[in-house]
Design a protein around this ligand. Structure first.
Ligand code: R5P
Length: 282
């Protein structure tokens, strides 16, 4: 199999190809003077099975993915791995006249198989024409947490949507988990329902699928510190970290930020590559 790494997922594609000992295709990614994107796969892949790995953090990343899929039309089969899929949180029509943006994105992706990683809501998988499989990177986060030698650690999910993540990350590691209830007030602010948790003197890791503005995490860190938690860490699969999110987390008193490389950031200390390699290498 050949692995085609998109511009947003070069590190992850490299790591996956290394694990599988597969051929990594090198592409050119440039911009025309008017800002339009230019993509060209430089290595020969015709007649091969190709797996394209490209997160769609920005709209340009999405266009690059469409270009790579089209460029691969001479491949024998095309698998598309979208480690972080943008627009996944727009998974419903909240007001009349709105699109279901995640559906619009999914429908544009043509492939034999699609893989996502901890997609915001698994109902989105139904919108792909291809067979779509969601992978779970929370166990690799759990293993990393275990290796940190924390003081009586507890994994907390900031809302009921992430309970499954907390459960899977703590599974078989002997780490407890609990959850909070969140209400979103606006795009940037949330309120967390007060709840007494057994955090006094313990190191706590708040685990969510995405950290975007940091509003959810900052509120949760403040609540846990008020309840006497020792060190509070935040962990996520997808470190979107928009605008001043990192500053907000440190201002709230975070000890450290742990994330995977579905989006390649400085906090991406855990790799989702083994999870992807296991799935596509079958
Ligand atoms: C929402 O349901 C997600 O699971 C995250 O909780 C959310 O995306 C975090 O966003 P923010 O960092 O902007 O609070």
């Amino acid at each position: 199999m050949d692995i085609a790494g998109g511009p947003a997922s070069q590190l992850l594609a490299g790591r996956v190809s290394e694990i599988l000992n597969d051929n990594l295709l090198v592409s050119d990614f440039k911009k025309f003077p008017d800002g339009e994107l230019y993509t060209r796969i430089l290595d020969d892949f015709s007649g091969h099975d190709v797996s394209i790995i490209q997160s769609t953090v920005t709209d340009s990343d999405f266009v690059s993915l469409l270009q790579l899929i089209d460029a691969c039309s001479d491949a024998s089969t095309i698998s598309v791995v979208i480690p972080y899929m943008g627009y996944a949180r727009q998974d419903k029509r909240f007001k009349p006249g709105e699109p279901v943006s995640s559906r619009a994105v999914a429908r544009a992706i043509k492939a034999d198989t699609v893989y996502t990683v901890n997609i915001h809501d698994e109902s989105i998988l139904e919108h792909f024409d291809a067979k779509a499989i969601n992978l779970d990177a929370s166990p690799v986060i759990g293993k990393y947490i275990k290796s940190m030698k924390l003081k009586d650690p507890l994994i907390i999910s900031p809302d009921d949507g992430a309970i499954g993540l907390a459960k899977n990350a703590s599974n078989d590691l002997g780490i407890d988990y609990d959850f909070l209830e969140k209400t979103r007030l606006s795009g940037e602010s949330v309120s967390i329902k007060p709840k007494n948790l057994a955090v006094k003197g313990r190191d706590v890791i708040i685990l969510d699928d995405i950290i975007s503005t940091g509003g959810t995490m900052a509120e949760t860190i403040t609540l846990l510190r008020k309840q006497g938690a020792h060190d509070v860490y935040t962990a996520c699969i997808h470190p979107v970290l928009s605008n001043n999110a990192v500053l907000k987390l440190f201002k709230a008193g975070v000890k450290g930020i742990i994330a995977t490389d579905t989006i390649d950031k400085g906090v991406s200390v855990v790799s989702a590559a083994p999870v992807i390699a296991k799935a596509i290498g079958k």
